[in-house]
Write a protein that binds this ligand. Structure first.
Ligand SMILES: Nc1ncnc2c1ncn2[C@@H]1O[C@H](COP(=O)(O)OP(=O)(O)OP(=O)(O)O)[C@@H](O)[C@H]1O
Length: 129
């Protein structure tokens, strides 16, 4: 039986609320996510002050979103493993390390991109170049 359009839009709203609850949960409980969120806000404020072009904004937003989303996936993997394998287990440890490594790779990439896009404009702004 197919859902009516009213039921479908209610289902979509509920799905969005669950996703929002997930964002609130990691913001509340994950120190690393808070750190990445703070860095994202800092980069966005700096980008606004330095006047990036549309394509540069797109790269910055995409990069920051990837880091935040990966941090959330990493937190989910940690919780799944804490639930399925609460005791010490070498395989669980390796899986957690790999997931944390994925976040680190994306974070290093984001840092390099932020330097490439923001540093030259910052140097011009403070009159070094
Ligand atoms: N059940 C386990 N068995 C073996 N090693 C584990 C286990 N749980 C955690 N570890 C090791 O401790 C590290 C930290 O795991 P933890 O679940 O405490 O994540 P965390 O401190 O929140 O890490 P992150 O900074 O990546 O969010 C893992 O990367 C892994 O090396």
């Amino acid at each position: 039986m197919s859902l009516g359009s009213k039921d479908q839009s209610k289902k979509k709203r509920i799905g969005f609320r669950h996703a929002w609850n997930g964002i609130k949960e990691v913001t509340r409980s994950e120190r690393n996510f808070k750190l990445h969120l703070f860095s994202t806000v800092l980069v966005i404020i700096s980008s606004a002050i330095l006047g990036l072009q549309a394509i540069e904004w797109s790269v910055i937003i995409l990069t920051c979103s990837i880091v935040l989303a990966l941090e959330m996936v990493n937190s989910s993997i940690e919780r799944i493993l804490d639930y399925l394998a609460p005791e010490w287990n070498p395989l669980a440890g390796k899986i957690k390390d790999i997931a944390a490594g994925a976040v680190l790779v994306a974070s290093i990439g984001a840092f390099v991109i932020a330097c490439i896009l923001l540093l030259p404009k910052l140097l011009i702004l403070i009159g070094v170049e």
